[in-house]
Design a protein around this ligand. Structure first.
Ligand code: ASP
Ligand code: MG
Length: 412
């Protein structure tokens, strides 16, 4: 029988009532003839609570025990979902990660999936079980310890199961009804997309659209898993939600499909560093060792053998970046006149596969911002994305203006 993977996020299993509602939806797919693999998150708020317990007990916790504790929320919802299905006379049982076994690396709290053997679950399907309810977010290391896949990891569990079982589709049930052209809280003209290409979704996810864990999109792209994002709170038709798919499946590619923003950016500039071979390595190696997540990098023109170097990083890493750079200055590996941090910026990006074949997208973006009197501080581009840093007070204005200019507004 064809296999379908259905993943329910924390808000979709937050109460027994909601678990019943989700189970009903599973029952509909079973009635259509699918064998279903259900992946569940923990009840919403549960994982945060468990992380809090760990941190309060042991600030410098043993990551293996962290995983033992924070993976437990999913065990509860997996068992409850299986019980609920059984109450509806749907043959179901639950599986914890280690029982599958979902094999991962030993990188506790951010483990990667290595292998998902299908024989155990397939044998049960062969014996008449119709639904395998699997606890998301967790697996087992080569050492036999419980691991977790990083926050939001159940999305990745779901896609990995869809790939391993050759599922027809992977439906991600969440509290929004799909992927939007931009954040509807910032722009009331935001429109739900019917389809979005993997690469665009990947850019949007890494730019801070929180619908899907970035790694789940990477995995779906690699294994060509058809991913659908939809709400568990609305009546569903087969066209509901947003399909994340191969670009070939999208008839008309938009030049720009979405406008993303990230509030949490800081711009740091090293003023007057020696412009010599190795200087970028001398600056960015200590930053990377300190765990600073550098995003944009600009080296300015050089005069008299000295140059300014600007980069961006998350606001909460500014102190760490300053510390690392000052230490490098003290050790003599770099020499700058000043280090200036601007924490009042945000990043605005336009994303679209159509950019590959259309010229003038950057020019148009800059013109729109200039018409609004918004000054651009840093620019970077990739094949399908243009990002700028601007003052944070312009965030809403910039998103709204770009959304309109690139014809993304919903029909009035
Ligand atoms: N429960 C985990 C978390 O909150 C994993 C997930 O829900 O995807 O991050
Ligand atoms: Mg999630």
């Amino acid at each position: 029988m064809p296999v379908l993977v259905m993943k329910f996020g924390g808000t979709s299993v937050a109460t027994l009532d909601r678990i019943r509602r989700a189970a009903k939806r599973v029952g509909v797919e079973v009635a259509k003839g699918y064998d279903v693999i259900v992946i569940v998150s923990a009840m919403s708020g549960e994982t945060n609570k468990l992380v809090g317990y760990v941190e309060e007990t042991s600030p410098l916790f043993d990551a293996r025990e962290y995983d033992a504790v924070v993976s437990s929320g999913e065990n509860v919802t997996a068992g409850l979902m299986a019980l609920t299905l059984q109450e509806m006379d749907v043959p179901a049982r639950s599986w914890q990660g280690w029982q599958v076994p979902l094999e991962t690396t030993s990188a506790h709290s951010s483990a990667r999936i290595v292998n998902i053997p299908t024989d155990n679950i397939n044998r049960k399907f062969g014996e008449g079980m119709r639904v395998a309810v699997v606890a998301g977010f967790q697996g087992i290391s080569p050492e036999g310890r419980i691991t977790t896949l990083g926050r939001g990891g159940s999305d990745t569990t779901a896609v990995a199961f869809a790939a391993a079982f050759g599922a027809e589709r992977c439906d991600i049930y969440t509290d929004v009804d799909g992927v939007y052209t931009t954040d509807p809280r910032i722009c009331d003209k935001a429109r739900k997309l019917d389809k979005i290409a993997f690469e665009e979704m990947l850019e949007l996810a890494s730019l801070g659209a929180k619908v899907l864990q970035t790694r789940s999109v990477e995995l779906a792209m690699r294994y060509k898993v058809k991913l659908r994002v939809l709400s568990s709170f609305e009546e569903q038709s087969d066209e509901a939600g947003t399909l994340v798919c191969d670009e070939e499946e999208i008839m008309e590619l938009n030049v720009v499909s979405g406008v993303a923003h990230s509030r949490d950016e800081a711009k740091m500039t090293l003023i007057s560093v020696a412009d010599r071979p190795g200087i970028a390595a001398a600056i960015f190696s200590p930053l990377s060792e300190a765990g600073v997540n550098v995003d944009m990098i600009v080296q300015n023109i050089s005069e008299d053998g000295r140059t300014d170097m600007t980069f961006s990083c998350p606001t909460n890493q500014v102190a760490r970046a300053e510390q690392a750079l000052k230490a490098a200055q003290d050790a003599g590996s770099i020499n700058f006149h000043d280090l200036v941090a601007d924490t009042d910026v945000c990043k605005i990006s336009v994303v679209g596969i159509g950019m590959r074949s259309h010229t003038g997208v950057a020019a148009k973006m800059f013109k729109v911002l200039s018409n609004e009197g918004i000054n651009i501080k840093v620019i970077t581009t990739s094949e399908i994305k243009i990002s700028v840093l601007v003052d944070r007070k312009y965030m809403e204005l910039a998103v709204q203006a770009l959304h309109t200019a690139f014809e993304l507004d919903k029909a009035a």
